[in-house]
Design a protein around this ligand. Structure first.
Ligand code: GDP
Length: 345
């Protein structure tokens, strides 16, 4: 990659003034796997933290391909921008979505937002990950926040784990569903409903209107059976119907997002949620660091190979040999922590 190493102090200052080119360059730097780029990205984040952290309302919007996420984000974003808010979107690259749905790969998605001066649309860092949630999503969202946007919208496609994962980065989580044909609740998994703040039945228009309203009412009854979450005001999680295409029901969605965000801020749940997200992130990083250091340690690799051989030749995983080897690796990793920490620059 021909990316030159930037002056991170200047880049941070430019990002904070809302300079879009600086922001794009910073995201590219973050996405790079080159070690020197990673170091520069870390320096940049450090510089941004030093300048004082800014927070946006992070809204995750998830749903199956074709449900209308990009149409909805475009319409909601345009509505918010019309009220003087600024919006950044981390969008799923349609080329990454291979299964089903009607994909507008060749048309400009989120056309209004892409050209609006108060909006910024960035395709999801790596187009080949499922659902567009990547290891860098959290950091990219952080950069958007430091650029001063009021709202950061994160689009993900409903593919297994990505919805629950994205709830790890968001303050408000919207799950979009299509009107159901029959009386069955469409295969929306219980776990996903449990993390959703809003279930929006889209395409409540034309011939689909009645079935959208019926679907919303069914979901409404189903959701009422769940235990009330302490971090929710009365009446949440909410089930709403809307048409992203005809732009009906959007004001209510916007008002509900604002209401929920305000209520959580006033009642302390906003920061509790962010703190626990940060802690989970830290622990995920720790696991990553440990796995990597074990991977890099020649000694640990030898011990692991030995254990594998024992198991391949019929040894029991519960034998004391395996246990002893695991303890040896543990001690090896722990002994590294005994050495002094490197000086901070
Ligand atoms: P995504 O894959 O979830 O981002 O879905 P898109 O926003 O690309 O929309 C998929 C298709 O559904 C497109 O043909 C849209 O025009 C259509 N669509 C999106 N929202 C609505 C809606 O509210 N009503 C109707 N009837 N069609 C919609």
């Amino acid at each position: 990659m021909g990316l030159r190493l930037p002056d991170t102090v200047k880049l941070a200052a430019d990002i904070r003034t809302g300079d879009r080119r600086a922001l794009s360059a910073a995201v590219t730097l973050l996405e790079s796997s080159r070690r020197d780029h990673q170091d520069a990205a870390a320096e940049l984040c450090d510089e941004l933290v030093r300048s004082g952290i800014r927070e946006a309302v992070r809204v995750a919007i998830s749903g199956a391909p074709g449900v209308g996420k990009s149409t909805m984000i475009d319409a909601l974003g345009a509505g918010l921008a019309g009220k003087e808010h600024s919006i950044a979107v981390l969008a799923v690259d349609p080329s990454s979505v291979r299964s089903g749905g009607s994909i507008l790969g060749d048309k400009t998605r989120m056309g209004r937002l892409a050209s609006h001066p108060r909006c910024y649309v960035r395709p999801s860092p790596t187009s080949n990950t499922l659902g567009g949630v990547t290891a860098k999503t959290r950091e990219v969202v952080f950069l958007f926040e430091q650029a001063g946007f009021d709202y950061v919208m994160i689009e993900t496609t409903g593919v297994g784990q990505s919805e629950t994962e994205v709830s790890e980065y968001s303050d408000v989580f919207i799950l979009m569903v299509a009107p159901a044909g029959g009386d069955e609740l469409q295969g929306v998994k219980r776990g996903i409903i449990e993390v959703a703040d809003f279930l929006v039945v889209n395409k409540a228009d034309g011939a689909l209107l009645d079935s959208a309203l019926a679907t919303a009412s069914e979901y409404g009854s189903a959701i009422r059976l769940y235990t009330h979450r302490e971090s929710d005001p009365e009446g949440y999680p909410k089930v709403l119907s809307a048409s992203a295409q005809d732009e009906t029901g959007l004001d209510e969605i916007c008002n509900c997002i604002c209401h929920l965000a305000e209520w959580r801020k006033e009642n302390g749940y906003w920061s509790v949620n962010r703190h626990s997200q940060n802690l989970r992130w830290l622990h995920a990083q720790l696991r990553e660091v440990v796995v990597q250091s074990v991977g890099k340690s020649v000694r640990a690799q030898q011990v692991i190979r030995k254990m594998e051989q024992e198991i391949e030749t019929g040894g029991s995983v519960f034998g004391s040999g395996v246990r002893q080897h695991l303890v040896a690796i543990e001690l090896d990793v722990a002994s590294g922590l005994e050495s002094p920490l490197p000086e901070r620059g």
